[in-house]
Design a protein around this ligand. Structure first.
Ligand code: FES
Length: 144
């Protein structure tokens, strides 16, 4: 049952500082996203309203509310990366993967991110868990 299973991942964080965020991260780790049914359980455990929990989930872009695509590509849109071509790279990725930034294609989701800590080596992207500096469409065609 989803509620019992979710509670086992939420309860260990109940008395921690910032416990709601820790619980949401645990749900992401276990399920891959925050299911709508998780919100009232988190709210109940932390004595918050469902609206407060939903607000947190929607505020932090790392929290997904849908089953993630097989591949998520986060493209840095911050100034340093823009100065070295992240907008052009974004267009190329949109064409190559047939989707738009902020949307999910068949197997790939393109997301905007605002700094990946690779500012001196932009444009920077995150390909699932892998950070790629000086990214180009050619580097993504043969990841490795
Ligand atoms: S501005 Fe793109 S990684 Fe920092």
């Amino acid at each position: 049952m989803i509620e019992d299973d979710a509670r086992t991942h939420i309860l260990p964080h109940q008395h921690k500082l910032g416990g709601v965020i820790h619980a949401l991260h645990d749900l992401m780790r276990v399920y891959g996203y925050i299911h709508e049914e998780h919100l009232p359980i988190v709210a109940d455990v932390f004595n918050n309203s469902v609206a407060e929990v939903r607000g947190l989930v929607s505020f932090y872009e790392d929290f997904k509310t849908h089953i993630p695509a097989h591949t998520t590509i986060r493209v840095c849109q911050a100034e340093a990366c823009q100065a070295v071509g992240s907008r052009q790279l974004t267009k190329e990725l949109e064409t190559f993967y047939r989707t738009e930034l902020g949307h999910r294609g068949k197997d790939v989701e393109l997301e905007a991110v605002y700094c990946l800590g690779l500012c001196a080596s932009g444009p920077a992207i995150q390909f699932n868990d892998r950070l790629i500096a000086k990214a180009s469409i050619e580097k993504l065609r043969v990841p490795g």
